[in-house]
Design a binder for this molecule. Structure first.
Ligand code: 86X
Length: 598
C-alpha cells in the first residue's frame, strides 16, 4: 500500500515539478544557494539513479506528511507541534545558511564557542554542552535532557560495563522507582543524613495520597527486603544483581550538566556472598572495571583508593573509589564507588542463609555505582575552545567524511567524489569504524568542519578534486589538528590505526597533566600553597576523622572552599618510620590524596 502510494507520488511529482527531475548536469547547488534544502544530496549524482533518487526523496517526504494527516490526526501531529515549540534554553547557535554566508565574498561561518576554557571555565562548559547538542536545559531546575549525542556515549559506557559484569556472573534486573515511607525508614541511620534530598509523591490528581511515596535516591531499601526473601541457603549465594536506572536526589548545591543533576542515570550493583573474601575480591574487580571505563574508554586518568572514614558511605564497612581531577578548576571529582557493606545491611534487613553446617549466617554484601557524571568528567578533560574533543572509543561517530568540491569541479569528478566517499564509508564500517558522511549541499565545507569539530568527532576525512587526481584523501585529527594524506588503498587500514593512536595519546596527555597536578608535601604551608596552585596534594596523615575535619576548616580561603581527602591511594609511596601527619603532627599512618572537590 505504502509502496503504491510512493510510486504514484513519484509519477505525480515528475508531472507537476519537472524541474526537480531536470538534468543533473545543469544543477550546481554548491555554487550558490540551495533551492531544495533537505531534499538534495550529493548522492543524487550517483550515476543514472540520480534523477530517481531526488524524486523519490520528495515522494517519500510527501508520503510521510500524508500518513501524518491520515493516520496520526490525534497523536502524531500534536506531538510534532509540541516538539517544535521553542525551547527557552540559552543561545543554541542556529546554523547559518550558505545563502547568507556566501552572499558575494566567501565568509567562513564561525560556530565556535564564545567563552574560553582557560578564562571562564564554567561558562565555557555550559556553552559547550548546549552548542555541541549534548544537553538541552529543561524547565525543572537541575534536570537536563540528554540528547542523542550524549546518550550514545552513555550507551558506549553501558555496553562495555554491562558486558564485563555479565561475564563476571552479575545479572541485570529492574526494581520499582517508588519506595514506601516505612521501607525507606528501615535503615534510618543511613537515610538520616540524606533525608532532605528525598523527593516525595504526595498527591494523585487532586487528592492527597494516604501515604506519600518516595522516589528512589538509591535502591538499598528497595532491594534488600527481597534479598532477605530470596536468600535461604548458601546454595542461593552469591546473589549478584545490577540495574541500569535513573535516580532522583533533590540537591540544592549548584547543578551542573552531567556533573551534578537532580535526576541522573547510573548502574547500581548490589551483591551478596556467603563469605567475606569473595565479597572483598568483587569490590576490587568492579573498581578495576571503573578504572577501565575511565582510562580505556573515556581516556581520563584516575587514582584508585579507599575513602577516608569521613568520606566513605556511612552504611559501608569500607568504600573504594576512582578519583579524577579537573585541572582548570583545581577540583577533584569522585568517578565511581565500590563499597563493601560487610554485614551491616544484612543484619538490618535480615539477609541470612544456612551454611553447610546448618548455622544461620548473615550474608556479606557489596554495592557499587557509576553514573552519567563520568561523561561530564570526560568532556571537561578533553574539550577545547572549538568544542568537544571525544576520545575515539567514546565517540558516537569516529570519523566524518566530507566532500570538498569547488565551483570549477566537473560533474564527473563530483560523481567520483561521491562514489569514493560511499566506498570509504563501507570499507570503514566493515573495519568496525563508526562513520558519518556529510553530503549536505546547503552547507560549505568550512561550515561543516566547524560543525563536526564542535561535536568532537575524532577524525575528519576530506575528499576533493585534487585528491581524485592523486588517489588520496586528507585525514585530520580533532585533538591535535594534525593532517595526513592517506592513499585510497590504505584508508581502511590507516583510519583504525589513527583512532587507536589518538585514543592512547589522549590518555597519555591527560595523564601527564593529571600527574603534574599532584604535589607531594609534608608540611601545612606547602599543603596550602599546592591547593592554591589548583593542585591535589599527596600528604602523610594520621588517618583520623577529626584531623580531616580540622583540615577542611583550616583550608578555607576567601575564594576557595576547604579541602578533603579524595582517597587513600592503593599505590602508596614509602612512608619512613617516624613520619608525622602534615596537619596534626601525630604519627602518620599513610599518604592521602587531598584536594578541593566537586
Ligand atoms: C549512598 C550508596 C551506594 C548503590 C552507592 O554509592 C553505589 C550504588 N548505593 C549510595 N547514598 C545514599 O545512600 C543515599 C540515600 C538517600 Cl535516602 C538519599 F536521599 C541520597 C543518598 N545518596 C547517596
Amino acid at each position: 500500500m505504502l509502496r503504491e502510494t510512493i510510486g504514484m507520488l513519484r509519477e505525480l511529482t515528475t508531472k507537476l515539478f519537472p524541474f526537480l527531475v531536470s538534468s543533473a548536469k545543469s544543477y550546481r547547488p554548491w555554487a550558490g544557494s540551495s533551492q531544495f534544502p533537505g531534499t538534495c544530496s550529493y548522492l543524487g549524482y550517483l550515476s543514472s539513479s540520480s534523477k530517481l533518487y531526488r524524486t523519490s526523496v520528495m515522494a517519500e517526504e510527501a508520503a510521510k506528511n500524508l500518513s501524518e494527516v491520515t493516520l496520526g490526526e490525534t497523536t502524531t501531529a500534536p506531538a510534532r507541534e509540541k516538539k517544535e515549540k521553542k525551547e527557552k534554553a540559552p543561545k543554541e547557535p542556529k546554523p547559518v545558511q550558505p545563502a547568507q554566508a556566501e552572499g558575494g565574498k566567501k565568509k567562513e561561518t564561525k560556530l565556535g564557542l564564545s567563552a574560553s576554557k582557560q578564562e571562564n571555565f564554567s561558562e565555557w562548559y555550559s556553552e559547550l554542552v548546549v552548542s555541541s547538542e549534548l544537553i538541552s536545559y529543561y524547565d525543572v531546575s537541575g534536570c537536563y535532557i540528554l540528547r542523542p549525542w550524549a546518550y550514545a556515549m552513555w550507551e558506549v559506557v553501558q555496553s562495555f560495563f554491562d558486558g564485563k559484569i555479565k561475564a563476571m556472573g552479575v545479572q541485570n534486573a529492574y526494581f520499582p522507582l517508588f519506595i514506601t515511607e516505612d521501607v525507606l525508614n528501615t535503615e534510618k541511620d543511613h537515610v538520616e543524613g540524606f533525608a532532605p534530598e528525598v523527593a516525595w509523591v504526595t498527591r494523585c490528581g487532586n487528592a492527597e495520597m494516604d501515604k506519600p511515596i518516595a522516589i528512589r535516591p538509591t535502591s538499598e531499601t528497595v532491594m534488600y527486603p527481597y534479598f532477605a526473601q530470596w536468600i535461604r541457603s548458601h546454595r542461593d549465594l552469591p546473589l549478584r544483581l545490577n540495574q541500569w536506572t535513573n535516580v532522583v536526589r533533590w540537591e540544592f548545591k549548584y547543578p551542573t550538566p552531567f556533573i551534578r543533576s537532580r535526576e541522573f542515570l547510573w548502574q547500581e550493583g548490589h551483591t551478596a556472598f556467603a563469605n567475606q573474601e569473595e565479597a572483598n575480591q568483587e569490590v576490587l574487580d568492579i573498581l578495576e572495571l571503573y578504572r577501565r571505563v575511565y582510562e580505556e574508554i573515556l581516556a581520563v586518568p584516575v587514582t584508585k583508593g579507599r575513602k577516608s572514614k569521613k568520606e566513605q558511605f556511612a552504611g559501608a564497612a569500607y568504600t573504594t573509589t576512582v578519583e579524577a581531577f579537573i585541572p582548570e578548576t583545581g577540583k577533584g571529582i569522585q568517578g565511581a564507588t565500590s563499597h563493601h557493606l560487610g554485614q551491616n545491611f544484612s543484619k538490618m534487613f535480615g539477609i541470612e542463609f544456612e551454611d553447610e553446617e546448618r548455622n544461620k549466617v548473615h550474608a556479606w554484601q557489596n554495592s557499587w555505582g557509576l553514573t552519567t557524571r563520568s561523561l561530564g568528567v570526560m568532556i571537561m578533560t578533553h574539550s577545547d575552545n572549538k568544542g568537544l574533543v571525544l576520545p575515539p572509543k567514546a565517540a558516537p561517530k569516529q570519523i566524518v567524511l566530507i566532500p570538498i568540491p569547488n565551483s570549477k569541479t566537473s560533474d564527473e569528478v563530483i560523481s567520483e567524489i561521491c562514489n569514493k566517499i560511499d566506498t570509504f564509508k563501507r570499507q570503514l564500517e566493515d573495519a568496525g569504524v563508526r562513520v558519518v558522511t556529510d553530503m549536505r549541499l546547503n552547507y560549505t565545507p568550512g561550515w561543516k568542519y566547524n560543525h563536526w569539530e564542535l561535536r568532537g568527532v575524532p577524525l575528519r576525512l576530506e575528499l576533493g578534486p585534487k585528491d581524485i587526481e592523486n588517489k588520496g584523501v586528507v585525514v585530520v585529527r580533532r585533538d591535535t589538528g594534525v593532517k595526513e594524506t592517506v592513499s585510497w588503498d590504505d584508508v581502511a587500514a590507516r583510519v583504525p590505526q589513527l583512532l587507536d593512536q589518538m585514543q592512547a595519546e589522549m590518555l597519555a596527555n591527560a595523564t601527564a597533566k593529571y600527574q603534574a597536578c599532584i604535589e607531594k608535601v609534608t608540611t601545612w604551608d606547602a599543603f596550602m600553597t599546592a591547593l592554591d596552585n589548583k593542585h591535589m596534594v599527596l600528604a602523610p596523615w594520621a588517618d583520623e576523622e577529626e584531623v580531616e575535619e580540622d583540615v577542611k576548616k583550616r583550608s578555607v580561603t576567601p575564594d576557595a572552599m576547604g579541602a578533603k581527602t579524595l582517597c587513600i591511594p592503593f599505590n602508596q609511596p614509602e612512608l619512613p618510620e617516624g613520619t608525622l601527619c602534615f596537619a596534626s603532627g601525630k604519627p602518620a599512618k599513610n599518604w592521602a590524596l587531598w584536594g578541593r572537590s566537586y
